[in-house]
Structure formats: C-alpha cells, structure tokens
Design a binder for this molecule. Structure first.
Ligand SMILES: Cc1cc2nc3c(=O)[nH]c(=O)nc-3n(C[C@H](O)[C@H](O)[C@H](O)COP(=O)(O)OP(=O)(O)OC[C@H]3O[C@@H](n4cnc5c(N)ncnc54)[C@H](O)[C@@H]3O)c2cc1C
Length: 439
C-alpha cells in the first residue's frame, strides 16, 4: 500500500500557530483555573476564555471534529490527530478548541441520529461550547464485558421508561444531557438488544448517587459519577438511531475517539520526553551532566524510539481512515493496537521522565505527576488493554489460514523436495558433470 501523510504548508502554518497559542495562552489557564475546563464557565471566567475561543474560531480551527457530511469542516483524521497531539499536554486545550471528550463523540452521534429539534436544543450549543454532555455505558457490575449490561429501557405507550445504574459516567454532574446505552430487548444478544437514548440531566428520576473521583484527583476535578436512572420517562424520539443499534453507534463513536486519544498520548509522552531531555542536559552528577551517563542515554534513546514508532503507527491508522477505509477490519485492528500502545508508551516514557527528574519528578512541582496519574486510565477507559489485544489478534488472524498439512507450509524438507523438482534439470546436469570429472 502506498502511503503519504505529509502536511500541507497551509495546515502546517496552522499547527505552528497552535503550538505557540497553547504555550502562551492555554498553559497558564491550567495553572490558575485547573479543573474548570469541563463545565460552563462563570461570567468572570467566560471573559477570560471566550476571547481565546474566538481566536481559535477566527483561525478556522474551532470544533473541527465533525465530517463534512455532518455539517463539520471535514478535516479528516490525520489533521485532527496532529491537532490533538498539540492540545494534549494541557487540560484546557481541547475545551478552548471545542474538541473535548466525551462531547466530540456525543456530537457525532447527535449529528448522525438526532432530530432537528434535538440538534437545535443540544447539538448546536454543544458545538458552540455552551454546554457539556456525558456518555453513560459502564455499569457497577459490567464494563469490559458489555454482554453483562443490565440498564433497561421499556416501552410504555408513547414513552420509554429507563431504569438502571451506571458507573463512571464522566462529567455527569456538569452535563446538560447524557447519551445512555440501555437494553431494549433482553431476549436477544446484548449486541442486538441495546439502544441509545438521549437523556436530559434534569429529567425526573436522574440521580447522581455519588461523584467518584479518578485516582488522587481533588474533589473539584472532573468526577465520574455513579448515576441512577429511576423510572426516567422519555419521549419516543429520545432513541438515537434504530432500536437494537447501540453497539453499531457506540463503535463509530469510540473508534474515532480512540485515534484521538492515542494521538493525545503521543502529545503527552512527547511533552514528558522534552522535559526529560532538558533535565538530563541540566542536572549534574560527578564532573558532567547526567545526559553523559550511558544508562540515561539508553532511557532517552528508548523513549525516543517508542514515541516515534507509536506516532507513525497512529498517523498511518488515521491516514487509512481518511483514504476511505472507514472503520473496516483493516483499520479496526490498528485502532485496537493504537489503544494498547497508548498505555504501553505512556507508562514507559512517563516513568523514565519522572525517574530522570528524581524527587522533583515525583512532586507536584512539574506536570509529570499529573501525566503519571493518567497512565492507568489509558489501560482501562474505552475497554481494557486485554480486550483490545484480543480484538486485534482476532482481526489479524483473519488474514491468515491454517496449514493444509501436518507440517507448516514453510517446513523445509517439503520445500526442499519442491525446489529439487523445480531445478531437476540443472541438478541432473550438475550430477553428470561431477560424474565426468570424477571418472
Ligand atoms: C478515567 C475514566 C473515565 C471513564 N469514562 C467513562 C464514561 O464517560 N462513560 C462510561 O460509560 N464509562 C467510562 N469509563 C469506564 C470504562 O469504559 C471502563 O472502566 C472499562 O470499559 C473497563 O470496565 P471495568 O472498569 O468495569 O473493568 P472490568 O470489566 O471489571 O475489568 C477489570 C479487569 O479485568 C480484566 N479483564 C476484563 N475482561 C477481560 C478479558 N476479556 N480478557 C482479559 N482480561 C480481562 C482486565 O485486566 C481489566 O482491566 C471510564 C473509565 C476511566 C478509567
């Protein structure tokens, strides 16, 4: 397969602008207003962030995630990946550019399946950054295995009645609506018996049981609440897409999201890597800087190789999607591997960066502590590493066939027989020649 994902000069200029903008304008927001990026800003904060959002809009870079067919800019996955890489080190980055999760995936679902009224009430304000949303799939008893999901939606006249518990519904407490996966037909496999619903946060019966914080995060950081849906009555058009289609819809949503997540991992690992190199060249031990030590050099060279391989892999997967492969098995196996690599590369690189910073790296005085805190999440959210390895292996093996025989197809004795038959004439002439010499 030919491949090329060089960046157009115009877009490279945009990326260069973004690199300066995130450093100058967005990084300070993280320091002074941490954890306020996923909620509607109070007026005093709005006056700080709105001009920044406007600057992004003026550059034509606001909310670029929707495809042209859904009324978006149609940037495609390579460009979105390159943007996500730049935004990733900063909590406020995605919000100032209107591409924060889980809102991007939810916007995609609404753009595809929402009614005109839902689009007006929820999608447009979501794209304008005026409200936030949550995605509610995981349950207290079921995460990695969706066949164990139980939250139920039953038809009652011209309403759906939603009943059940969800866990880790990120940002639910600051969201205007949730997209909820619920069982509509318990008689068939969950893959065919679940549907997707739009549930307003203020619908009677929606209850936040408790906030649930991600490891070590402060109480004001984004929560991942346990949510209860107690006989929530929803109009029929709350169902997004067709009955039984929740997995098809979720897959579309999660696949693009996984590429963006992977490229954010690249950006975060690169950020830590740059800190590590600076520190190695600055910190002294004995008569020299620690960068002169072979074991430090090994850490740097290894981290460099890990990031570069990972980055190229993710960009190639993004490029394949842009080439029209959509979310074919060919692309899905790469998305699964990118998900696995996100965790592996983050864990390896951030660990090295923390270690080379010594005690300072473990403190709250560099961004490394927050990056390290993120590592376990990369192995768990959107499905744990093991399930993605299984998916990738299944898809990879589809391109292979078992040996037709007892022995492997590369078994040398059989190949040798075949090769001897192929060259029988030459071998015979050699034998005759050798016999003549020996006679
Ligand atoms: C920061 C964060 C944000 C999240 N946000 C959301 C959100 O907004 N909405 C939402 O719905 N969910 C969200 N989740 C939940 C996430 O999708 C689930 O945690 C994930 O699907 C795994 O489910 P689980 O936690 O129940 O793990 P479990 O299913 O309990 O699995 C635990 C472990 O068991 C092992 N395991 C499980 N299955 C297999 C298998 N088939 N093969 C081998 N080993 C296996 C793995 O080691 C796995 O890590 C979030 C999670 C995190 C960490």
């Amino acid at each position: 397969m030919a491949w090329d994902f060089s960046t157009e000069p115009d877009f490279e200029e945009q990326l260069a602008w973004m690199r300066d903008f995130v450093k100058e304008e967005i990084a300070p927001l993280d320091l002074v207003f941490p954890h306020m990026d996923h909620r509607v800003p109070p007026p005093w904060l709005k006056s700080v962030v709105d001009p920044l959002k406007q600057a992004v809009k003026d550059r034509g870079l606001w909310a670029c995630h929707l495809g042209a067919d859904l009324g978006g800019k149609g940037f495609g996955q390579v460009k979105l990946s390159l943007m996500n890489e730049i935004l990733a080190p900063y909590q406020w980055g995605p919000t100032i550019f209107g591409v924060q999760g889980p809102d991007t995936g939810n916007a995609e679902i609404l753009a595809h399946y929402g009614t005109a009224e839902q689009k007006e009430q929820y999608l447009q304000p979501l794209l304008d950054g005026e409200l936030f949303s949550a995605f509610s799939m995981t349950e207290p008893q079921a995460g990695a295995d969706p066949t164990l999901l139980e939250c139920r939606a039953e038809r009652d006249g011209d309403e759906w009645v939603l009943t059940g518990e969800k866990f880790f519904t990120s940002n639910a407490d600051h969201s205007a609506f949730f997209i909820v996966m619920a069982v509509t037909n318990p008689e068939v496999s969950r893959y065919k018996g679940m549907s997707m619903f739009l549930v307003p946060r203020n619908a009677p019966g929606v209850e936040i049981v408790r906030p649930t914080q991600y490891m070590g995060e402060s109480d004001d950081a984004m929560g991942h609440p346990h949510v209860r849906y107690a006989d929530v009555r929803l109009p029929l058009d709350s169902m997004l897409g067709k009955e039984g289609d929740a997995f098809v819809i979720a897959q579309t949503r999660l696949s693009g999201g996984r590429i963006h997540h992977a490229m954010r991992a690249v950006g975060q690992a690169q950020y830590a890597f740059d800190m590590m190199c600076e520190r190695a060249l600055s910190r002294r031990s004995g008569n020299d800087v620690i960068a002169a030590k072979q074991m430090v050099q090994e850490a740097i060279a290894t981290a460099y190789a890990e990031i570069e391989q990972f980055r190229l892999f993710v960009l190639r997967a993004a490029w394949k999607i842009d080439q029209g492969h959509g979310y074919s098995p060919e692309v899905r196996k790469d998305i699964a591997i990118a998900k696995v690599l996100s965790f592996n590369v983050m864990r390896s690189v951030i660990d090295k960066a923390v270690h080379i910073h010594g005690a300072l790296g473990t403190s709250g005085e560099t961004p490394l502590a927050r990056l390290w805190q993120l590592v376990p999440a990369y192995g768990i959210w959107d499905g744990p590493t093991e399930t993605h390895i299984t998916t990738a292996a299944r898809l990879i093996l589809k391109d292979h066939v078992p040996s037709a025989d007892l022995w492997p197809s590369e078994w040398i004795p059989a190949r040798m027989d075949a090769a001897r038959t192929k060259f029988a004439d030459a071998l015979e002439q050699r034998r005759l020649g050798e016999s003549a010499v020996n006679a």
